[in-house]
Design a protein around this ligand. Structure first.
Ligand SMILES: Cc1cc2nc3c(=O)[nH]c(=O)nc-3n(C[C@H](O)[C@H](O)[C@H](O)COP(=O)(O)O)c2cc1C
Length: 189
């Protein structure tokens, strides 16, 4: 099973990117976790450029999403919502709208970290709404990491907070179990 991770932050010392590095470490055995690293190169969404032969990074994004069994996005919150560059990624991946898009029917889970007391919950909610409208199968799972600077440490800013690590590991095993047995997970819910 392959999980594509997308961090909504372009910052080198990003807490959201570090959260996804921890997800790669804590994922159940046998799960391949592949980070999408092209967000910084992705152009603004422009319908005029959304042709049958889109620019290189748009094609790479769509291929990466299409090739994943599940997409895990970690978003910061900018002024109460999703960072613009991350929203552009959703918009590019949502076209051509309908069954031809990389996001159509794709299981996607959203988590997020912020420096405030709330853990980017508004950005997470807005992102889930956009993904749902784009036709993704938004998974009912949540991890909000508030006060991020208190939970990451060391030269590379790794996730050190034991409770957050435990919650992240639990979320990942739940996501993987649901993918392997959607009917069983639904029955247990
Ligand atoms: C333009 C801007 C707007 C922000 N607005 C919010 C906000 O609305 N809510 C919030 O919790 N944090 C806000 N923050 C702070 C972010 O939570 C913080 O920069 C966070 O560390 C970003 O995630 P990262 O570490 O992954 O880059 C904002 C930061 C920036 C740069």
């Amino acid at each position: 099973m392959r999980i594509l991770t997308i961090s909504g932050s372009l910052r080198a010392a990003s807490h959201n990117t570090a959260l996804l590095r921890a997800a790669a470490e804590l994922a159940p055995a046998g799960v391949e976790v592949v980070p999408y690293d092209g967000l910084d190169r992705l152009p603004h969404y422009n319908e005029d450029h959304d042709t049958d032969a889109p620019s290189g990074e748009v094609a790479r994004l769509r291929e990466a999403v299409a090739g994943a069994d599940l997409v895990l996005i970690s978003t910061p919150e900018y002024n109460g919502s999703v960072p613009g560059h991350l929203k552009a990624a959703v918009d590019w991946a949502s076209r051509p709208f309908g069954q031809g898009s990389a996001l159509w029917g794709k299981p996607v889970a959203v988590i997020g970290a912020s420096v405030t007391d709330y853990g980017a919950v508004w950005a997470q909610d807005h992102l889930r709404k956009s993904l749902g409208l784009a036709g993704a199968r938004v998974i009912d799972a949540e991890l909000a990491v508030p006060k991020a600077p208190d939970r990451f440490a060391g030269p590379n800013g790794e996730l050190t907070d034991p409770e957050t690590r435990e919650r992240l590991a639990g979320l990942l095993s739940d996501l993987v179990a649901r993918q392997k047995d959607p009917a069983g997970a639904a029955a247990a819910a």
